[in-house]
Structure formats: structure tokens, C-alpha cells
Design a protein around this ligand. Structure first.
Ligand SMILES: O=c1ccn([C@@H]2O[C@H](COP(=O)(O)O)[C@@H](O)[C@H]2O)c(=O)[nH]1
Length: 234
């Protein structure tokens, strides 16, 4: 996939409100082309803000991680499909994924299935009652997503190399859990540096706090794009 390295970085706008999100977008300027809007901002006026971002020429990933009975998921996805976002997440349960694919129809919205959250390690999987470990569950869910016609997977960069053969050129690999060398992991448990994530086969990197909480967010974003560029040139 030929993409400008800048377009491979998706900045998570996990901020308390539209005012803070707008200030961050203004500060980042041309350094960032792709934003992710998740729970925090969506429930604080973020849907209209996301539409305005799209109107201003930025790409938007709605990280709503839908999971409900099929009819509710389909109808929810139909509503989102009209807003012009590029990506929308659902949890990677077969019923939910089928409903999402039905709801997106022939719109340009691409559905991403969240395999196993990057804040989970093996102990968390057990704690949540899963019989599978991370590696087996992400592989199972990736195969199911492929069969159902999902457009991409959300996984840790640690799993990009394992999932690439399943995703082939049909599904993009979108990876949160990205931390520049020496950065605080926070609640992320399956992490990798930006350069290594790209070398392992990630198509898009999702980065939040390492940029939005940096003393100079624009410089932090530019440094990540430089790492992506370097990794792509190898
Ligand atoms: O498995 C997942 C799925 C989604 N996310 C989201 O990505 C960002 C990561 O933010 P950081 O500040 O860089 O940790 C955040 O919005 C999550 O909701 C994820 O981390 N892992």
C-alpha cells in the first residue's frame, strides 16, 4: 500500500472536550492528517466535532468499539456510515462483525475489528474468562473477520507479523500500543516503538498520549512520522 508516512499515523484525541481537541488539532497543524475520536470526546460533543474535522479535510477514525445485538449494531453502523468517517471499530465477535458489514453496506466506511485490547496480557485474558491466550484468540478472530468481509484489524504491533498472512491485502492492520523508545507505557501492555511496528507490518499506527501529553505535541508527532519514514525506507 503506497501511503505518505504522515497518513499512517492516527492521533487519538482522548481529550475532555471539543475546545481542547480543537486546540490540539490547531497546534498539530499540517503535521497530522488522521485523527481518532473515541469514547471521551464522542460523549463530550465529539460527533459534530468529528464531522467538522472531516469537512476541513482531515481523515477521522471513529473508535466506538460497538458490540450489541446484531440489529442494534447494523443500525448504529448505518448512522455512522453517513458521516464520512474513514474507519469505525467494532469488537471482533462474529455476530457483531456480520452486523457491522451489513450496516456499512456499500458506503465508504471501513470496519475495523478489535481483536484483543492492547491493555490485555495473558493474566487479563484468564481473569476475563477466556480459554484462549492472546496469540490464539487474535488468530481465530482475524480468520473470522476475513471470512466475514471486515476491512481491517486492530491489534498490537506485536501481532502484526502473525496476522499479516491472514489479513493479506484484504484487511489493513491498525495498531495502538505504540510507544517511542523510553516513553511511559501507561496502561498499555503489548507495545512497540513506531519504527519497529512498521517493520513488523503495521499499516497504521494509533498514538495518543505520547503526542497529546507531550510538552511539544507537534515535535512529538513529527518525530513519529520521521520514524515511520525511516522504517519504510529500509
Ligand atoms: O486495543 C486497543 C484498541 C484501541 N485502543 C485505543 O488507542 C488509543 C491509544 O492511546 P495511547 O494514549 O497511545 O495509549 C486509545 O484511544 C485507546 O482507546 C487501544 O489502545 N488499544
Amino acid at each position: 500500500m503506497t501511503l505518505d508516512p504522515r497518513d499512517r499515523m492516527i492521533v487519538a484525541l482522548d481529550l475532555p472536550g471539543v475546545e481542547q481537541a480543537q486546540a490540539m488539532v490547531s497546534q498539530l497543524g499540517e503535521a497530522v492528517t488522521f485523527y481518532k475520536v473515541g469514547y471521551q470526546l464522542t460523549y463530550a460533543g465529539g460527533l459534530d466535532f468529528a464531522k467538522r474535522l472531516i469537512g476541513s479535510g482531515k481523515k477521522v477514525f471513529m473508535d466506538l468499539k460497538l458490540h450489541d445485538i446484531g440489529n442494534t449494531v447494523s443500525r448504529g453502523v448505518e448512522s455512522i456510515a453517513g458521516m464520512g468517517a474513514t474507519f469505525l471499530t467494532v469488537h471482533a465477535y462474529p455476530q457483531t462483525m456480520r452486523a457491522a458489514v451489513e450496516g456499512r453496506g456499500t458506503s465508504g466506511l471501513r470496519i475495523l475489528a478489535v481483536t484483543v485490547l492492547t491493555s490485555y496480557d495473558e493474566a487479563d485474558m484468564k481473569d476475563a474468562g477466556y480459554a484462549y491466550g492472546v496469540k490464539d484468540l487474535i488468530s481465530l478472530r482475524a480468520r473470522q473477520a476475513h471470512e466475514i468481509g471486515i476491512d481491517g484489524l486492530v491489534c498490537s504491533p506485536e501481532e502484526a507479523a502473525t496476522l499479516r498472512p491472514i489479513a493479506a491485502d484484504k484487511m489493513v492492520l491498525v495498531t495502538p500500543g505504540v510507544r517511542p523508545a523510553g516513553a511511559d507505557a501507561g496502561d498499555q501492555k503489548r507495545i512497540m516503538t513506531p519504527g519497529r511496528a512498521i517493520r513488523e507490518g503495521a499499516d497504521y499506527l494509533v498514538v495518543g498520549r505520547p503526542i497529546t501529553a507531550a510538552s511539544d505535541p507537534k515535535a512529538a508527532a513529527e518525530a513519529i512520522v520521521a520514524e515511520i519514514t525511516e522504517a519504510k525506507s529500509q
